[in-house]
Every structure is written in structure tokens, then in C-alpha cells.
Design a protein around this ligand. Structure first.
Ligand code: GLT
Ligand code: MN
Ligand code: MN
Length: 391
């Protein structure tokens, strides 16, 4: 039977409450929302209907900031009921450390110790809430951790404070027995002029300076690396290589724009193909989280189209990757381009003094090696043909 690209729980497709719950409001709009807010429980039902596996949330996506304890209890009960009804799970939770006015100049990296302490308090409470619903991954996206001007804020101090906060919260997680893995999400700018630790690569370097680097990894987002003009799959590969790919935010984005958070697969077909191929080949086993929004042209039927589209595109790329790997002509060219040649084995790999001496004495035909065509043009066009359905 033809692949019908239906999402199944084993695909681990998840969405944030803030993604399908987006009202379509933007900076240029009047206050009237395009889509009326749905309750967290109704958003879970919507996700159940389209076939998602899980739902993630910020503390305040679930419980509004000023809710009374009684209101919070009611929301939690309804949310739990919707999870039970639909079978959805909550693999990840996070704290909103960017919307409230108090975070105007940062949360963990604010110069103001009261703000830093408040941010820690909010993060601990958010971790309690996530743990209540079984979350095992805790994301930190520091949207306000940065500056527009460096006149009075030091990036060095910022890093020190960010490190202190993560060390504190790591100990908190352990002291409560939550067993969280932290996933740090980078973004180069927006809402700040510059955000500290702007790329996944920067995060990976920073993690090694923490007290418990083993519990901290990354949550790379396609749109954020594309904003920085980078190759997302390469960033993800580096995270994987470091054993740090704890979570991933899939969406889409034109290069060199502000954060667009589009439906996965909308724009960057080829990059997304290589990404999915990579994730499937290495056996990434975490959530495929869609951190994206439906266009503001849409009603809730359009939101469902958006969510289904994210998952469908992922499964199409996965199928195309399978076809790419099973295509004999393509694979013959891939093998040819790699120029497998055992004769160099004696020179490569681990250092030894003999190896080095022998290699230094060896004579290479540099022009002959350089003159070999690699057939990437042919292969790449074959991929285009495959993607566009004419192969
Ligand atoms: C916000 C941001 C995302 C982050 C979310 C987690 S919130 O929508 O744009 O990239 O992943 O805090
Ligand atoms: Mn984004
Ligand atoms: Mn994100």
C-alpha cells in the first residue's frame, strides 16, 4: 500500500501549546485576535484530532501568570482530563522568561539581582509544573538574555549569571528527583538586538563550562539557525556528535529574516530533506517538536491544516530519504564520489611516529587527485528530480 504519511505515536510528533494556540497576533495588528484563544484542554483535543503524540508548554501557556491556586487547579484538572482522553503525553516543558515586563533587560542575565532571583523562582515553579505532567526535558530559551547596546551590560557577566542559574536549577532538579535533562535553545536576535550565545554551536561550548554538563544539551531550531545564515543540519550534526541533541524545534524560515516560525517543510525543502535524512539515519529518538505557527490568514481549521502539514512534510522527507538511499544509480554515484581507497589507510587515523615518517616521505600526484570530477552536479539534480517527483 502506498505510504499515506499518517502520523503515529512512534514518530514522536509534538507541538507547543503556544504553537497551535497562537492567536495570530503580531506587532502590527490591532488588539483583536484573528483566532479566539482555546483553553489548554481544547488545544490538546485539537492535537489529538490531528494525530500528534505530545504537547509541550511554558508555565504560563498552561497557568496564566496571575491565576489563583483554585484557578490553577481547575485548569490542571481539565488539562489532565484532555491528556487522558486523547492519550497525548507531555515530553517537554519550559518557563516563559521573556513576556513579562520584568524581563525587559533579561531574566537570568539581568543586571538586577531581584530580576535574576525572580527568574530562578519562576523557573523552579515551572519545573514543578512540568514534572507534575511527566516532562523529562526542560527547555531554556533566553529570548531576553542579551542587549541592544553594551553600554552597561557585560556579556561576560551575562555568561557568569546564566551559568550560575543553570547550575542552581540543575541542583534543584536533582534535589527534587525530577531527572530533567536541560535543552538550551539558541537564537541570534529577536526580541533582543543581540541574544547571548546566538547559535547552537555557541551553546555547545558553553555547556562544557557548567557544573553538570552531562545533564545539559541543546534544542536547536531550524528558523533560528537560518536567521543566522547557517546550515541547520550541520548544527544538528555537531550537537549529535557531542551527544547533546536532547530536543529539536522544527519549523521553517527564509534566510536573513526575522523569526517566521512557518510550517515545517513550507520553504526550505532541500535543507529539511537533509535534516530529516540525518535524524532518521543516526536514529535520533527524541521528540520531533514543531515550534511554528499557522499563518494569520487561518481559522482553527487552518491551524489543523498547518499541524497536519508539519507532520506530513516530515514523513514525506523521510520517505524521500529512503528512496534516495535505495536508488542504485544515486548510491553508485555517492560511492564513486567518496573514492574509497584502502591504499591510504596506512597514513590516516591514529598518529604513530612511523606513520608520520612514511607519510612525510610519500609523493602525491596532486593534479591527478584535484582533477577528478566528483559528479555532485549530477547527483544534486537527481535529488531535485526525486524531490519533485519526476524520478
Ligand atoms: C518562543 C520562541 C521559541 C522557543 C519557545 C520556548 S518560546 O515561541 O520563539 O523558539 O522555542 O521557550
Ligand atoms: Mn522561532
Ligand atoms: Mn523554538
Amino acid at each position: 500500500m502506498a505510504n499515506n504519511f499518517q502520523p503515529k505515536p512512534e514518530h514522536k510528533f509534538t507541538f507547543g501549546l503556544w504553537t497551535v494556540g497562537s492567536s495570530g497576533r503580531d506587532q502590527f495588528a490591532t488588539n483583536d485576535p484573528i483566532r479566539n484563544s482555546l483553553s489548554p484542554a481544547d488545544l490538546v483535543r485539537l492535537l489529538g484530532e490531528v494525530g500528534a503524540y505530545g504537547v509541550n508548554f511554558h508555565d504560563n501557556d498552561l497557568i496564566p501568570m496571575d491565576a489563583t491556586p483554585a484557578e490553577a487547579d481547575k485548569i490542571k484538572k481539565e488539562f489532565r482530563k484532555a491528556l487522558d482522553e486523547t492519550g497525548l503525553v507531555v515530553p517537554m516543558a519550559t518557563t516563559n522568561l521573556f513576556s513579562a515586563a520584568i524581563f525587559k533587560d533579561g531574566a537570568f542575565t539581568s543586571n538586577d539581582p531581584k530580576v535574576r532571583a525572580y527568574a530562578l523562582q519562576k523557573a523552579m515553579r515551572g519545573m514543578d509544573l512540568g514534572a507534575e505532567f511527566g516532562a523529562k526535558i526542560y527547555v531554556f530559551w533566553g529570548g531576553r538574555e542579551g542587549s541592544e547596546t553594551d553600554v552597561a551590560k557585560s556579556p561576560l557577566e551575562g555568561l557568569k549569571h546564566f551559568r550560575e542559574a543553570l547550575n542552581f536549577l540543575g541542583e534543584y532538579s536533582n534535589s527534587q528527583g525530577y531527572g530533567y535533562k536541560f535543552a538550551l535553545e539558541a537564537k541570534p536576535n529577536e526580541p533582543r538586538g543581540d541574544i547571548y550565545l546566538p547559535t547552537t554551536g555557541a551553546m555547545l561550548g558553553f555547556i562544557e563550562t557548567l557544573d553538570h554538563p552531562e545533564m545539559v544539551g541543546v534544542n536547536p531550531e531550524l528558523a533560528h539557525e537560518h536567521m543566522a545564515g547557517l546550515n541547520f543540519m550541520h548544527a544538528v550534526a555537531q550537537a549529535w556528535d557531542a551527544g547533546k541533541l536532547f530536543h529539536i524545534d522544527l519549523n521553517d524560515q527564509n534566510y536573513a529574516r526575522f523569526d517566521q516560525d512557518w510550517r515545517f517543510g513550507q520553504q526550505s525543502w532541500k535543507q529539511s530533506f537533509f535534516l530529516v535524512k540525518f535524524l532518521e539515519e543516526v536514529g535520533y529518538n527524541g521528540s520531533r517538536h514543531f515550534d511554528a505557527h499557522a499563518f494569520r490568514t487561518e481559522d482553527y481549521e487552518g491551524v489543523k491544516d498547518f499541524a497536519r502539514g508539519c507532520m506530513r512534510s516530515y514523513l514525506i522527507f523521510k520517505e524521500k530519504a529512503r528512496l534516495f538511499n535505495e536508488d542504485k544509480e544515486i548510491q553508485a554515484l555517492v560511492a564513486e564520489s567518496k573514492a574509497e581507497d584502502k591504499s591510504m589507510d596506512k597514513f590516516l587515523g591514529k598518529f604513530s611516529a612511523e606513520k608520520a615518517a612514511e607519510l612525510k616521505a610519500f609523493s602525491f600526484d596532486r593534479n591527478a587527485i584535484a582533477g577528478r570530477g566528483l559528479k555532485y552536479e549530477k547527483l544534486d539534480q537527481m535529488l531535485t528530480d526525486l524531490m519533485l517527483g519526476v524520478r
